[in-house]
Design a protein around this ligand. Sequence first.
Ligand code: SF4
Ligand code: SF4
Ligand code: SF4
Ligand code: FES
Length: 938
Amino acid sequence: MSIVDLGTPAVPGERTVDVVVDGIPVRVAPGTSVLRAAAEAGVAVPKLCATDSLDAFGSCRLCLVEIDGRPGTPASCTTPCTPGMSVRTQTPKVEKLRRGVMELYISDHPLDCLTCPANGDCELQDMAGVVGLRDVRYGLDGANHLDAPTDDSNPYFSFDASKCIACSRCVRACGETQGTFALTIEGRGFASKVSASAGEPFMSSECVSCGACVQACPTSTLQEKSVIDLGVPTRSVKTTCAYCGVGCSFIAELRGDQLVRMVPDKDGGANAGHSCVKGRFAWGYATHRDRQLEPMVRESTDDEWRTVTWDEAIAYAAERLQRIQREHGVGAIGGITSSRCTNEEVYVVQKMIRAAFGNNNVDTCARVCHSPTGYGLKQTFGTSAGTQDFESVAHSDVVLLIGANPTDGHPVFASRLKRRLRQGAQLVVVDPRRIDLVRSPHVEAAHHLQLQPGTNVAVVNALAHVVVTEGLVDRAFVAERCEDDSFAQWESFIARPENSPEALEAVTGVPADELRAAARLYAAGGSSAIYYGLGVTEHSQGSTMVMGMANLAMATGNIGRPGVGVNPLRGQNNVQGSCDMGSFPHELPGYRHVSDASVRGIFEAVWGRAIDPEPGLRIPNMLDAAIAGRYLGMFVQGEDIAQSDPNVQHVHAALASLELLVVQDLFLNETAKFAHVFLPGTSFLEKDGTFTNAERRINRVRPVMPPRSGKHEWEAACELATAMGYPMSYDHASQIMDEIAATTPTFAGVSFERLDAHGSVQWPCNDAAPDGTPIMHVDAFVRGKGHFVETPYVPTDERTNRKFPLILTTGRILSQYNVGAQTRRTENIRWHSEDVVEVHPHDAETRGIATGQAVTITSRVGETVLRAKVTDRVPQGVVYTTFHFPGSGANVVTTEYSDWATNCPEYKVTAVELAPTSRAPVTDAEKHAEHRPVAGRA
Ligand code: SF4
Ligand code: SF4
Ligand code: SF4
Ligand code: FES
């Protein structure tokens, strides 16, 4: 499939340089290459080593041109346009030279075009035709590379060295686009060859399998195995990745009805043509044999599932939900929306709960990740979302990265960040663990504040203390943009000696002088941006920390322009959207409180139902009420709370107490073990709707195939609502978005039509901002004046002691995604087949633990067994694990402590002890075989 390639990257700036290419005038920005100017004039100059996603390299000599008044035949890809330049691209001289160059390439290339997997999708083949190569005078008898071996070690792509033309596009893609620098061209001249790390197979090299090199390769040397197996695609559909909150745009390429490959969209606002291993390659779960495609019911969780029709399943669920309400009251049922589903699907489920169930018992999985972001940013800035677009980081001089590990969690944003750091921006990492960005090829953090888990607020207060007491406050910004009173109050609070880096050093573990240096850099280093992740929010003071960061940004004037801001790196693909869509028990869509009669009135007029003015139950309250016998029916949309929520023993006990649990999902997940009705869900390849990413960007999700279950998820929710006596129906998902736009001011200008025309828009999108809002709070905060909030540091109640002397903190790994339901069903399993616990060498030695050894991790609430990895990435006293496998049950040990404002669980701080064990970690197969609910602590 051909995607227009203009040869070299666009050069920013005004178009002021006039040139003429083959008699065609064209105006370009200064610095634009002749190759690109020609392409913009509609003149295709042959090329091989150049592509518009990479800086020009000038090695293939195919793009030669003649320029009036200049000697020779310069390479057009490396020659910048100058005013008045007249270029000739098709002279007999350059045509002859190009044929000569091409002849040399082809003379050392397999002549198997007709059977090559890239036949019809190969730039070398195309260029041979373009330059008019008829025959090759040199035989294949001399020295050549035709026997060069193929490296098939990567599960998703192969490297057939016999086809390599040493153009270096892959090497540059790995460096410039991805920022991993795993590839080099080894040797010189005829001996030069592409090498991964130190001549290793791709799979054991530093390669992170992002696929940028595969996309850049002009031949079939680096080739997707799916293309080799299925053939070159013939049609395409634009859609959006359904993994993380970066929200990369993709072109799904198909051959007939078969998805062949996912190609990152160069026009994608979030990713600009890049992706990670998950979005590009790990989509096979959508057709995995484990997909449950038919509805099922059962009376009791002891019974076998019974496959039924959709109508039977809906009627079964509706009848039982209504019976529970008759016997136990309107508030005895509720539901959970999913951050993996589309905005439209989420909106319909919360509408079903508010209008058909008649209560506000709706919550979302954002409860367990970014609810403090919503709360904290709303209090200080007036809106529950990050302030910037991703592109903004290209303008940052200093980046303060707190509790986030972008190279694993948000890889495409990490690549953007690394690019900016290579250009000279400074990085401060605040994290207990030495994440990759602290030091990786061409990147080194100026400061790594390796704090004790649970002391974020102490660190942010100490940073702000330095700003206030060292005269680094941006007084003009504060006077113009922020509240006088709250600032004055905060200033005197933060200036207190107990907030100084020296006073807090013993608590945080961060040396005071290092912290002071980091504060000065952030405050005085130019445009400074804060990016943060779940290492901020999943704490008992998560909301306090979000407000602490907002205070810091406001005090230093780092809000409201490119390169600055406070930016949450959202976990799931649509966690922003699910919150926007009214998934919280106290908020209708657009973050408007249910107690506000005028807001209720808007929805009541459209929905034709009275809305309860009282907030409903949050997830933890639902679980407690279930155990207390007051909450008996629940609808769970695409969320595996039996695995992902803290203290799973408690969650299991609550789920086992329900009279009716309806689960809608792709797979029979851990939660479905407690369910009575299973409704099959749709994968992102079947969905039609929108996702909203971490930068508030609303992206279209377009169906690549019809719903494999026969029904869109929003249709199922409509039918359940209708069966419960509240008629609800839409002809198409676009109608749901129209209803969202009609009821929600920040979405007023959003429609599928506009999204199809613009590609994507960032909310607010309305009459005031018809093209959306890339950067918020530019002239004024959404709430008017910025509000400072005092943020006293309060240590968590979860403390270490002699019995539990270590702190366990959790995170993600690149190849896996959350509870792993999708990625574990792909070849990504090859990179990470079990969760391991990282332990510092000192802590390992005192406990007799070696790498690879099974250890018990015991906390106050539970125990699990994992294999250990001894590493100094974690400081002494801290252990770390991921949570991607049900078998490892990392959440068996996490406690129920939570953020004071939002109940977001304190996943990041659990006091534990480790001990070697002869028990083996529980495998997923063993875990899956457990049919009976686990009796647990109530
Ligand atoms: S897949 Fe990505 S990381 Fe691996 S070599 Fe290619 S560009 Fe580099
Ligand atoms: S592998 Fe492909 S991109 Fe890399 S040097 Fe060879 S032909 Fe060029
Ligand atoms: S960075 Fe996130 S959105 Fe982009 S491809 Fe990877 S998982 Fe998908
Ligand atoms: S495309 Fe210009 S030298 Fe290769």
